[in-house]
Design a protein around this ligand. Structure first.
Ligand code: ATP
Ligand code: F6P
Ligand code: MG
Length: 428
């Protein structure tokens, strides 16, 4: 967790969260529960596991057998029939990618959704989705409260981009990073098999480059990782083209990983359709992978410096349309069971299912890679790529005294080697 959640009873006051798990007091009687589950937004590995574990958790732990699936996201509440979910129906679904309930963007009509909840007598709503979905959950909760309905709203954060704040990691992220290795591996094999071979891999990450960063760190075959949080430039001294030339001269091949939201400012200004939005109002991004591949090819053709062979691999949907791996499956189970315990205890609004807390924390901002933090510093030393900070940015950083990568830790509580020798200790 990014917040310190374990505190001493008499410790200073601050933001504390309630630990998830079974409660001594259960609010609902099993027979009274009418639960429903909805999945919204883009796909993510593990959606089916979460659905399965909610259904099985309700049934096996609390004897609840009335669980409905909402078909096709928020709009399914008022435009489609529901699906009956039983442990038998969901038994094998965790082995499949996607969501058996279907999903959608847009179509959030609060009034109609809450009418449907009320008409069907639903008193537990499990909402699985990303930042947009959780904003939707928040307004549903407000409307439920306004109408005085005794309905629990439980939001389970789903974000392959890992862009939801407060939580460290969302389910499906591990699986996506693992699957991305296959694409990076292919790019590496292609690149090292030819003279001056370049492999470019585009990975998801609209505003946050976590998938690209972790996939790069995991792989060790990547020479350069570009993410939305870290600006870069192409031409001139210490620009990307210069770095590519250097790496190709040194190694004869190179792999670049680029997150879909990286460098959008460098090329969208030339395009007319840059303001297109999807049904949920999310800005639709241009294909940065194609653009950068063309730009690199064009640069080498124009400058006549060396002949390169570039292969562009776009595994975007492949990394999210697969079933979740073992570790994500365990995490999905934890989230789903925690949601069930919280809902059965009558905790009215919970997000993350581990804690009951102010919804605002989840929806007020997006989780991003902090490029002055240690993880990005680790990446820079692993790839040995330049930071691409423009001299102008460095000057600006100096002026504002903002920190540049790698914060150094103080070692107050441990001796270093010199001190140990002085004190006559050996290193054990
Ligand atoms: N501010 C909002 N108020 C109410 N509903 C919203 C809001 N933002 C988004 N929604 C609804 O939430 C659903 C999912 O939103 P969106 O398409 O942005 O995906 P998401 O949940 O952010 O997932 P992801 O971005 O990870 O794919 C849509 O049905 C959308 O209409
Ligand atoms: O093509 P779709 O379904 O709109 O989804 C694309 C977006 O969904 C995400 O995977 C988030 O779920 C982003 O990384 C990506 O920009
Ligand atoms: Mg989103």
């Amino acid at each position: 967790m990014q917040k310190k959640v374990v505190v001493h009873k008499d410790g200073p006051r601050g933001v504390h969260f309630r630990r998830a798990g079974p409660r001594q007091k259960v609010y609902f009687k099993s027979d009274d529960v009418r639960a429903c589950i909805v999945t919204c937004g883009g796909l993510c590995p593990g959606l089916n596991t979460v659905i399965r574990e909610i259904v099985c958790g309700l049934s096996y732990m609390y004897g609840v057998n009335k669980v409905l699936g909402i078909d096709g996201g928020y709009r399914g509440f008022y435009s489609k029939n529901t699906v009956t979910l039983t442990p038998k129906v969901v038994n094998d679904i965790h082995k499949r990618g996607g969501t058996i309930l279907g999903t959608s963007r847009g179509g959030h009509d609060t009034g109609k959704i809450v009418d449907s909840i009320q008409d069907r007598g639903i008193n537990q709503v499990y909402i699985i989705g990303g930042d947009g979905t959780q904003r939707g959950a928040s307004v549903i909760y407000e409307e439920v409260k306004r109408r005085g309905l005794k309905v629990v709203i439980a939001g389970i954060p789903k974000t392959i981009d890992n862009d939801i704040p407060v939580i460290d990691k969302s389910f499906g992220f591990d699986t996506a990073v693992e699957e991305a290795q296959r694409a990076i591996n292919a790019a590496h094999v292609e690149a090292e098999s030819v003279e001056n071979g370049l492999g470019v891999v585009k990975l998801m990450g609209r505003y946050s480059g976590f998938i690209a960063m972790y996939a790069t760190l995991a792989s060790r075959d990547v020479d350069c990782c570009l993410i939305p949080e870290s600006p870069f430039y192409l031409e001139g001294k210490s620009g990307l083209f210069e770095f590519i030339e250097k790496r190709l001269n040194e190694n004869g091949h190179m792999v670049i990983v680029i997150a879909e939201g990286a460098g959008q400012d460098l090329f969208t200004e030339h395009l007319q359709d840059m303001n297109q939005k999807d049904a949920s109002g999310n800005k639709q991004l241009q294909d940065v992978g194609l653009w950068i591949s063309h730009s690199i090819k064009d640069h080498f053709a124009r400058t006549n410096k060396m002949a390169i062979t570039l292969k562009y691999i776009d595994p975007t949907y492949m990394i999210r349309a697969i079933p979740s791996n073992a570790s994500d499956n365990v995490y999905c189970t934890l989230l789903a069971q925690s949601a069930v315990h919280g809902a059965m205890a009558g905790i009215v609004l919970m997000i993350d299912c581990m804690f009951k807390f102010d919804m605002q924390r989840i929806i007020e901002r997006q989780n991003k890679v902090v490029i002055t933090d240690r993880m990005w510093a680790r990446l820079l030393s692993s790839t040995n790529q330049p930071s691409f900070l423009h001299p102008k940015d460095v000057e600006e950083a100096k002026k504002t005294k903002s920190e540049l990568p790698t914060q150094l830790l103080e070692d107050n509580n441990c001796n270093n080697l010199d001190e140990a020798h002085k004190a006559g200790n050996n290193s054990e």
